[in-house]
Design a protein. Structure first.
Length: 163
């Protein structure tokens, strides 16, 4: 019996509802059932200083390994369930961000990573900045920090997968 229990725990076949995560919203909880425990993520740099990209690389690296929770980076928005958007949206990237969002199939989830993506950070009011991500596309989750810690990025992605 113990061997059977270990196999069930190891393979993940136990069908228990995931507890509510602090980064989840109502829309995310509704979409979690459609994602079935995994989420395909497309990263979009909308004008960042690349500090957030380093932390995203760490989150998907060997130490934090967000892939073990079912999150995977993809290169095409047509394969993506969620967008990770970093940086304040510049005027040159506002329309490409909209078209990337519209190219995604449902459910469409957007995570604004970093203070710049949330409220333009130190770039607020700059000439080339169109605004924060939520002014261009609807945002489901936000990760605070300049740059945010990899643990916070992992927690936000875990909230998307429901694990």
């Amino acid at each position: 019996m113990l061997r059977l229990w270990r196999r069930i725990v190891r393979t993940g076949r136990v069908a228990e509802p995931a507890p509510a995560h602090p980064y989840t919203t109502h829309a995310q909880r509704a979409a979690t059932a459609d994602l079935a425990g995994s989420v395909q993520v497309r990263h979009v740099n909308a004008g960042s200083c690349n500090g957030c990209e380093v932390e995203i690389g760490s989150a998907f690296g060997a130490v934090y390994d967000v892939q073990r929770y079912g999150a995977r980076l993809v290169t095409s928005p047509r394969h993506a369930d969620a967008l990770l958007v970093t940086g304040p949206v510049t005027r040159n990237l506002a329309e490409p961000l909209r078209s990337t969002y519209e190219a995604m199939s449902g459910p469409k989830l957007v995570v604004a990573v970093g203070d710049c993506a949330r409220d333009c950070g130190v770039f607020a009011g700059a000439h080339g900045v169109a605004g924060p991500v939520r002014d261009i596309v609807p945002v489901d989750a936000e990760v605070a920090g300049c740059p945010p810690r990899p643990e916070e990025i992992v927690a936000a992605l875990r909230g998307l997968t429901g694990r």
